[in-house]
Ligand binder design. Sequence first.
Ligand code: GLY
Ligand code: MN
Ligand code: MN
Length: 466
Amino acid sequence: MFSAETYSRRRALLRERVTKGGLILLPGNGEAPANYPSNTFHFRQDSTFLYFFGLNHPDMVGILDADTGEEALYGDDLSMDDIIWTGPQPSVAELGERVGVKQTFPLSRLGERVTDAIRRGRKIHFLPPYRAENRLLIASLLGLRPETVADYISVELALAVVSLRESKSAEEIEEIERACEIGYQMHTTAMRMCRPGVVEREIAGAIEGIAMQSGAGVSFTSIVSQHGETLHNHCYDGVLESGRLLLVDAGAETTMNYCSDFTRTCPVNGRFTEQQKEIYNIVLSANDRAFELSKPGLRYQEIHLAAARVIVEGLKGLGLMRGDVDEAVAAGAHALFMPHGLGHQMGIDVHDMEDIGEKYVGYDLETERSTQLGLSSLRMGRRLKPGFVMTVEPGIYFIPAYIEKWKHEGLNREFIDFEALRPYYDFGGIRIEDDILITPDGNRMLGKRRVPVTVEQIEEFMRENR
Ligand code: GLY
Ligand code: MN
Ligand code: MN
């Protein structure tokens, strides 16, 4: 945990930024049952609750009064029955003290606090709940039907929380760097293990074990697949085959839940084929272009499009695309090969604050989300500011069913040579992902050492470490 002052300062800033006043309701998460009530998933606290209260304990609710400055934590002390199962735990009052909150109450008192504020005609601010339990809690506190809760979220609170969480402090960057180091261990372990005959599951298990050994586990379900063209492929049944590529997209959380998120794609047998090398180097150039451009004031949407231009130029060079590069990108023709966005913010969530809504996190009044195929998948389009942590993750994928669909519909046929794509149907996909900090005059890569990334570095690493 950070110091109590850090959390007190963050809460004070939040109260100030909710200028219209009212009661701010910040529920933490509870335990979530996996297949029966007492068999729970690994506990994950809500990230906004963690940001303002730092407490990694289930079933707590924070209240901030934006008019009076009062702060309170609601939660129940454990009974002797609970303690038999969980061991001794600090009281809610002790927990409050650790993060500078003096007032603590049992959860049963929360209803009266909220009802009293409603009676006085005060605004109750809350963020979009993404877990059913918290949606039900808010519905019952506010007398709403659960399915209408999303209609009453506080845009003012959403924007205030985003404005604080999006700028990472030096102590947060240190945590993210720790997560990156765990990510380095995960990805270099995957490269060490990668060889024909190994089952994807063995690598997934090993790298997720590293995330558990060194922190709070993975920051999202790892992707370890020879079918990199399937973007969120969580199947690990494949047996690695010489000549194919293995895509590993994985990251870790520190014990304070700060995240990393890297992707590397390496040849199963340790040597890229010429065809693989050609595609790989285009993705790497797109990655480099994003590093060159990323700095405060530039829209991430522009950087996404600049990376797309590199991809189109490269694919044109191979005879897979044709025509004017700018026109092809403007038409969205590159989205056949890169249907996702260039990246997203990262912090206490791997897709930071995605629960609050990309409308508030990745876009604003100046930068609206595009509706164009491909560009519409960009999670973050607005201008960068110092302190933002971004992922840079271009990719090129050959998705046979998608190519066939575009071909059949004649979509962007002036820019794509569908016949030339035939030899790529069993290629798979390549993505390269790194994490950067936007600095006052540019950006810097996060993590004290970069996971091997060039063709030469990967081949050398695999040659010397397997
Ligand atoms: N693994 C999800 C992502 O990179 O955004
Ligand atoms: Mn990733
Ligand atoms: Mn990512």
